[in-house]
Design a protein around this ligand. Structure first.
Ligand code: DAH
Length: 342
């Protein structure tokens, strides 16, 4: 029996030395120490030994069991360590391998232009007001002193919301003038960039959806000189320090007097070129002193306060600045076009 025990220890040693996985080791444990294992078999048959032999063999059997247990524990620990090493090696990050490139988009030229205009006015102390694209007829027309028969009110010019005669898609950001006059007390100094809609068939210069930036200043003693000075400072920052402004008389229902504002051509400096169509001047916005009827909507004392307002087309400014010759290019979502403005 002692020989058998020695042989078991030897074969266990061999097998454990050859084991390389957790499963191998578990199998060995069951083979030797399990209920039907080789060593267990011997221990069970010890009953047939003589009284003298039993303690001797018992001692050896225990030693063999302990050795096998220790060997198994050591082997299990070694396998675990080896597996960890493999895992660490597999998970090593090779920083020299080229990464996957993420394609970055570009800001749309309309957003770039709005941001630029906003930044300039904010530097002059204006704050930004916001208004909804779906508006009331009052905020878009009546409150702005538009006569009942004004052609822009026509169904052919304005998108009305079906079944709601008093709701429309705003045709101008001037609606924000009414909202601001109703919600703020003078002094007022705001701009409001946003989207507008008109029933226009798209062509190179028209789009049924477009953007404007509105401006409104109300305070004591505001005159045309303030309007001219403000716009002059603005265009010099937007188009360059040499830029001049020219006010031409015009008519808008919500201003009196009203003017259209031209800037000297930033491309040719006024000599005449393709951008200014040979005239040396480019029309960029409408403006004027806020009509007393409009101020009255906001309950503003027209004896004490006066104001100026202006509105410019963002597409027009962007198209001039970036020499874009067709407004439709702005809305085709063609990345080849948009990426030119990175
Ligand atoms: N709302 C006008 C338009 O869409 C632009 C405009 C002109 C706005 C004169 C103004 C203004 O505030 O004073 O054509």
């Amino acid at each position: 029996m002692q020989e058998q025990l020695k042989a078991i220890l030897e074969s266990a040693k061999q097998n454990i030395a050859n084991a390389s996985t957790k499963e191998d080791i578990e199998k060995i444990r069951v083979d030797y120490l399990g209920k039907k294992g080789q060593l267990t078999g011997i221990l069970k048959s010890m009953g047939s030994l003589s009284k003298e032999e039993r303690p001797i063999v018992g001692k050896i059997a225990n030693e063999v069991r302990e050795s096998i247990e220790t060997m198994i524990a050591d082997a299990a620990a070694a396998v675990k360590a080896a597996e960890k090493d493999v895992k660490i090696k597999e998970e090593t990050l090779d920083v020299t391998v080229p990464g996957t490139q993420r394609k970055l988009g570009a800001k749309h030229p309309i957003s770039v232009t709005i941001d630029e205009i906003t930044k300039i006015f904010m530097s002059m102390g204006f704050s930004v007001a916001d208004g909804p694209e779906v508006e009331t007829v009052f905020n878009n027309f009546d409150g702005l002193n538009a006569p009942q028969n004004h052609p822009s009110r026509d169904l052919t010019d304005t998108f009305y919301i079906e079944d709601q005669e008093n709701v429309l898609l705003r045709t101008q950001t001037s609606t924000v003038q009414i909202r601001t006059l109703l919600s703020q007390e003078p002094p007022i100094k705001i701009i409001s960039p946003g989207r507008c809609f008109r029933c226009d068939t798209p062509d190179a210069t028209h789009s049924p959806m477009f953007h404007q930036v509105e401006g409104l200043v109300v305070g004591e003693g505001i005159t045309m000189a303030d309007l001219k000075g403000t716009l002059d400072a603005f265009v010099k920052k937007l188009f360059g320090p040499e830029t001049k402004t020219k006010l031409r008389p015009h008519h808008f229902p919500f201003t009196e007097p009203s003017a259209e504002v031209d800037v000297s051509c930033f491309k040719c400096g006024g000599k005449g070129c393709s951008v200014c169509k040979g005239s040396g001047w480019i029309e960029i916005l409408g403006a004027g002193l806020v009509h007393p009827n409009v101020l009255k909507v906001g309950g503003i004392d027209t004896e004490k306060y006066s104001g100026f307002a202006f509105g410019m087309g963002v597409e027009r400014v962007a198209m001039l600045k970036y020499e874009i010759d067709d407004i439709r290019l702005l809305y085709e979502n063609d990345m080849r076009f948009i990426e030119q403005f990175k």
